[in-house]
Design a protein around this ligand. Sequence first.
Ligand code: HEC
Length: 118
Amino acid sequence: MRALLGVVIVLAGLSACSAAKQEPATADLQWAETSRPVDARLAERYERSCAVCHARNGSGAPLAGFAPHWKPRLDKGINQLVQHASDGFNAMPAMGQCNDCSAGDLRALTLFMARSGT
Ligand code: HEC
């Protein structure tokens, strides 16, 4: 009985650990809420499209700037991500609901959210 209890406690500890790794901290949430691309034209596009989903945790979209959400996606290659942003991907709408975004804009906005550029 005591051994069983030990197993339960270890399992509870493990799941708490992995949850903590995936959950954004307050600083991550603040970064996502307040950060915008430096370029004013991109910032405006970001504000009215991507930010609606990507700046809010729990929307199902990878949180802007939060590496644990972006790292596994970046492993697919940036071109694949930009292609998905353009074509749509599951609940991600085609063009991210930014119909006047060019392919270059989608790439820059993706890099901004993944914090690997701009
Ligand atoms: C209506 C909500 C919504 C908007 C607006 C939105 N996204 Fe997304 N986005 C999502 C969701 C949800 C996912 C996760 C899809 C999945 O992995 O199933 C996602 C995923 C992505 C991905 C990762 C795709 C992959 O292959 O893993 C990229 C890149 C992306 N969005 C870029 C953008 C850009 C750039 C904009 C603005 C131009 C934008 N999104 C606007 C909801 C949105």
